[in-house]
Design a binder for this molecule. Structure first.
Ligand SMILES: Cc1ncc(COP(=O)(O)O)c(C=O)c1O
Length: 377
């Protein structure tokens, strides 16, 4: 079955009652039929029926073997980082979500993990950063917010040559547009808060592993640490995911129109969008993904215009996050990337004139009209 069909049918027919919408099982614990016997569920941190349907769904969508649902994207990433030991070294893309940088540097750094932040657009630079104790490479592609592209096939080759784990944060694309396991990733991570949930009403994280063995290891950390997704939130995510294909198509079409409009605007210095023909990562991106996505970043000519735009937008909300039906605008230098040191931030183009738009499903003419009035002199 094709992905649109899988998405629409998530959870349907999986419950003995015939429920179309898979039920929420809020039970914290489960009766044992007899000593040494189990229904498959013992205690909800270890396993919950609603969460299980979601976990199987994301594994199927990402073409992996095992799915795991966490209470946030950060909890998902933290559980993946638990795979490493003091003294291990990681390579991460330079233009990384600020929360991931903060977790690696301020939580796992003091516990003995070291990391190098590399411009992963260049395979050469990745190879040069590998040390004897390097254990994994973690990238986002496209990156957030300057849309740098890592060649996943090359990354797979490097990981194979050096026996490294290949980890991809696929939040920006969703499995509808990109499935890194198909090109060799061992672990795929999502902030489910974004496109998968899609309605700005749930915080969630998901991990998919390419093998059962890796799935078992991560399941150990999921259960041991306990940052699991609750059954109500698992249900919200399942409900949101049913319309992922339609939402993504609409948002992407609007993002394309908005990017082209912004490019013509006299107050806009640069637009970062993979749907624009001059994007340098386009060829690599479209070899590994089926669409440009719905995130558009743009740099204004003057710093003072940032405050003007953020205070004037009416329809578009000035708010952190992305991937929902409602369009949002953020100021990465102060928000999502606020924890990244200025030198590293500037190196990747996250300047104090850069704004990031998450394009929702509103009528694009209304979105353009809102930006137009916000950008006027
Ligand atoms: C690419 C990416 N990864 C991970 C996260 C963290 O996810 P959460 O906010 O659900 O913890 C975010 C959040 O913005 C993100 O943009």
């Amino acid at each position: 079955m094709r992905i649109e069909t899988l998405l629409a049918q998530l959870g349907n027919g999986k419950d003995h009652t015939g429920a179309i919408s898979y039920p929420i099982y809020p039970s914290a614990t489960y009766r044992h039929p007899a000593l040494g016997e189990s229904t498959g569920f013992d205690y909800s941190r270890s396993g919950n029926p609603t969460r299980k349907v979601l976990e199987e769904a994301i594994a199927q969508l990402e073409k992996g073997k095992r799915g795991l649902a966490f209470s946030s994207g950060m909890a998902a990433i933290a559980s993946c980082l638990s795979l490493f030991k003091p003294g291990d070294h990681l390579i991460l893309c330079q233009d990384l979500y600020g929360g991931t940088y903060r977790l690696v540097e301020q939580v796992y750094g003091p516990l003995g993990l070291t990391a190098t932040y590399v411009d992963t657009r260049s395979s050469q630079k990745i190879r040069e950063a590998i040390r004897e104790n390097t254990k994994a490479i973690l990238v986002e592609t496209p990156t957030n917010p300057t849309m740098h592209i890592t060649d996943l096939k090359e990354m797979h080759q490097i990981c194979k040559d050096h026996d490294l784990l290949m980890i991809v944060d696929n939040t920006f694309m969703s499995p509808y547009l990109q499935r890194p396991i198909e090109v060799g990733a061992h672990i795929v991570i999502h902030s489910g808060t974004k496109y998968l949930g899609g309605h700005n009403d749930v915080v969630a994280g998901l991990v998919v592993t390419a093998t059962e063995e890796l799935g078992e290891k991560l399941y150990f950390y999921q259960n041991a640490i306990g940052a699991v997704l609750g059954p109500f939130d698992a249900w919200l995510l399942l409900r949101g995911m049913k319309s992922l294909a339609l939402r993504m198509e609409q948002s992407q079409a609007s993002a394309q129109a908005l990017a082209q409009w912004l490019q013509e605007h006299k107050e806009v210095e640069q637009v970062y969008y993979l749907g624009l023909p001059e994007h340098p990562g386009r060829e690599v991106h479209f070899a590994q993904a089926s669409g440009a996505g719905a995130m558009v970043s743009f740099a204004l000519r003057k710093e003072e215009q940032v405050e003007q735009v953020l205070s004037r937008v009416q329809l578009i909300s000035f708010a952190e996050s992305l991937g929902g039906v409602e369009s949002l605008i953020t100021f990465p230098a102060k928000q999502t990337h606020g924890d990244i040191p200025e030198e590293l931030r500037l190196l990747t183009g996250v300047t104090s004139t850069l704004l990031r738009l998450s394009v929702g499903i509103e009528n694009v003419e209304d979105l353009i009209a809102d930006l137009d009035q916000a950008l006027r002199d």
